[in-house]
Design a protein around this ligand. Structure first.
Ligand code: NAD
Length: 485
C-alpha cells in the first residue's frame, strides 16, 4: 500500500476512524491498492460536527477580509503544489496528467472567486423614508456539509470549500470513498494556509455517513454532487430534516449537430467532449442529435475518436464495475440494431493490464428508446441519433429527464438561438462541446440534474451559503414621520 490508511480530519488533526469496515482504494491506472478508507459511522460524524461547531463561534466573527486572506494563501499553495496534486489526482482517479492539471488550475480559479467575496457580498442600504434606513447583510449558516463524487477528486470539493468558508461557515466534507486522498491533502494545505482548527473537517465513508449528515441536527445545510439516484435521496432526506440543500445529479448531455456546422471544429469538439476524463464528466457529450445529412461530420468524428488512445491521451474509467457497465451498454445497443462505428470494448494498455480502460466508442443509428440514448453511461461513448428536423431533435432532448448541458454546432446564429431557447438544460454551448460556465457565472443544471433552488458555484452560491439579515433603523425620533410605527 503506497499510502497509509485514510484518516478522518477534525479539530485540525487527523484522527483514526472508529469504523469496523474498510475498503481498498485502488488506482484505476494499474489496479494497485493505494490505501484503505474507513466506512465511518455516526460517532465519527458527531465528533467532527462538535469540532466544527466549536470553531464556528470565532470563525464567523472574523471579518470576511481576514477570512479571504487565508484563501489567498491557499490559492498560492495550490499553485506551489500543482505537480504533486496533479500526480495524486491522476493516481487515484485514473485521469490523464493533463486533465488532472486542469483540475488543479480550475481549483485555483474557484479559489480566486472566493477571494473576491468581500467585493461581492457588501450589503445594501437605502433610506426608505425620511430618517429610516433599511440594511441587508449576509450571515453564515453555521456548520455545513459537502458530499462529493469520484470524478473530480480536487475540483468538486473546491466548488464548495472556498466559498462556504470565506462566507463564514465551518464545514464537514464527505469525500468519495473511491478517491479520498486528494481531499486529505487539501486538509493539510488548508491548515498550512492558516485555516483555524475545526473550520474544515473530513469524515470518510459511504451511504451510512451520508444519511447521518442528512439527519444531523447540528448541520444547517448540505450540498451534494453525484448521481441522480443519490441526489434525490440526499435532497429529500436533508430537507425532511429541515436543512437547506442543493443536490446536483447525473446528466445525459445532447449535442445538436446541424448540416452547416464547421466539420473539423465540430469533430474535434465532439470527440474531446465525449472522451475527456474518459467520459466521466457530468458535462460530457453523451448523445449526438444528427440533424439532416451530417455524414461527412460523423466520419470526421470517427477519425478524431481513433486518435484518442487509452493510456496515452485517454485515462482509465474508475473501476472494473464501471468498465463492465459501459461495455454492456455498447453490447446492448449493438444487439438492439445500432451500429458501432468505433469500438472501445476490450481496451488494454501494455504493462497496465489490471487498469480499467475503455476506448472511445461511436455508436450510430441509435434510436431514442435504446438505453444508450436514455441513460447516463459515464464512459467515453457517444450515441448518434439521427433526425430529419431540428424540432424532432429538440423533442428528444426535452424528453430526457436530465438537463445538465446541451450544445449546438452550426454557423447560423438564428438556429443557435433557437436551440438556446428550446433546449431543456441549465448550461448551453454554442460551438463548444463542454459549456462549463466560468467564474463568476454559476454552475448547475435543470430537471433531474439538480434539486434545490441554487446553483452550486459563482454568485448563486452566495445565496446558498448565507442568510440575509434585514435591519431597519430610525435615526430621527423627533421627526414627524410615522412610518408603520
Ligand atoms: P454517487 O452518487 O455514486 O456518489 C456520490 C456520493 O454519494 C459519494 O460521496 C458516495 O459515497 C455517496 N453515496 C453513494 N451511494 C450512496 C447512497 N446509496 N446513499 C447515500 N450516499 C451515497 O456518484 P459517483 O459515482 O461518485 O459520481 C458520478 C456521478 O456524479 C455521475 O452521475 C455524474 O453525472 C455525477 N456528477 C454530477 C455533477 C453535476 O454537477 N451535476 C458533477 C460531477 C458528477
Amino acid at each position: 500500500m503506497k499510502y497509509g490508511r485514510v484518516r478522518n480530519f477534525y479539530g485540525g488533526q487527523f484522527v483514526d476512524s472508529q469504523a469496523s469496515e474498510w475498503l481498498d482504494v485502488t488506482s484505476p491506472i494499474d489496479g494497485a491498492v493505494l490505501s484503505q478508507v474507513p466506512m465511518s459511522g455516526a460517532g465519527d460524524l458527531d465528533a467532527a460536527v462538535d469540532a466544527a461547531k466549536k470553531a464556528f463561534g470565532s470563525w464567523s466573527k472574523t471579518t470576511i477580509k481576514e477570512r479571504s486572506q487565508i484563501f489567498f494563501r491557499y490559492r498560492s499553495l495550490l499553485e506551489e503544489y500543482s505537480d504533486e496534486l496533479t500526480a495524486l489526482t491522476t493516481e487515484e482517479n485514473g485521469k490523464t496528467a493533463d486533465e488532472a492539471r486542469a483540475e488543479v488550475d480550475k481549483s485555483i480559479e474557484l479559489c480566486e472567486f472566493a477571494c473576491s467575496m468581500p467585493q461581492l457580498v457588501a450589503g445594501e442600504v437605502l433610506e426608505v423614508s425620511k430618517g429610516v434606513e433599511c440594511r441587508v447583510e449576509h450571515f453564515p449558516l453555521g456548520v455545513v456539509a459537502s458530499i462529493v463524487p469520484f470524478n473530480f477528486p480536487l475540483m468538486v470539493p473546491n466548488w464548495t470549500v472556498p466559498n462556504a468558508l470565506v462566507l463564514g461557515n465551518t464545514m464537514i466534507m464527505k469525500p468519495s470513498e473511491l478517491v479520498p486522498l486528494s481531499c486529505q491533502r487539501m486538509a493539510e494545505i488548508l491548515k498550512e494556509a492558516g485555516l483555524p482548527d475545526g473550520v474544515f473537517n473530513i469524515v470518510n465513508g459511504g451511504r451510512e455517513i451520508v444519511e447521518s449528515i442528512c439527519d444531523h441536527q447540528g448541520i444547517a445545510a448540505v450540498s451534494f454532487v453525484g448521481s441522480t439516484k443519490v441526489a434525490k435521496i440526499v435532497y429529500q432526506r436533508s430537507t425532511q430534516a429541515l436543512k437547506r440543500c442543493v443536490s446536483l445529479g447525473g446528466a445525459k448531455n445532447h449535442l445538436f449537430v446541424l448540416p452547416d456546422a464547421n466539420p473539423s471544429m465540430t469533430a474535434t469538439n465532439v470527440a474531446a467532449s465525449m472522451t475527456g476524463c474518459a467520459g466521466q464528466r457530468c458535462m460530457a457529450a453523451s448523445a449526438m442529435l444528427a440533424v439532416g445529412d451530417v455524414d461527412p461530420i460523423i466520419e470526421q468524428i470517427c477519425d478524431e475518436a481513433r486518435k484518442i488512445v487509452p493510456g496515452k491521451n485517454l485515462g482509465a474509467v474508475i473501476s472494473k464495475a464501471a468498465k463492465e457497465r459501459i461495455e454492456n451498454y455498447i453490447t446492448e445497443a449493438e444487439r438492439d440494431g445500432a451500429k458501432v462505428l468505433v469500438d472501445g470494448r476490450g481496451a488494454t494498455v501494455e504493462g497496465k493490464e489490471n487498469g480499467t480502460y475503455v476506448g472511445p466508442t461511436v455508436i450510430d443509428y441509435v434510436t431514442p428508446d435504446m438505453s444508450v440514448a436514455r441513460e447516463e453511461i459515464f464512459g467515453p461513448v457517444i450515441s448518434i441519433i439521427r433526425t430529419s428536423t431540428l424540432d424532432d431533435a429538440i423533442k428528444i432532448e426535452n424528453e430526457n429527464p436530465y438537463g445538465n448541458a446541451a450544445a449546438v454546432f452550426t454557423q447560423s446564429g438564428g438556429l443557435a438561438r433557437y436551440v438556446m431557447e428550446h433546449a431543456s438544460a441549465g448550461m448551453i454551448g454554442v460551438n463548444i462541446g463542454v459549456p462549463v460556465p466560468r467564474e463568476p457565472f454559476p454552475f448547475g443544471g435543470w430537471n433531474e440534474s439538480r434539486f434545490g433552488a441554487n446553483d452550486i458555484t459563482g454568485k448563486s452560491s452566495i445565496e446558498f451559503w448565507t442568510k440575509l439579515k434585514k435591519t431597519t433603523t430610525k435615526w430621527n425620533p423627533e421627526s414627524r414621520t410615522n412610518w408603520m410605527s
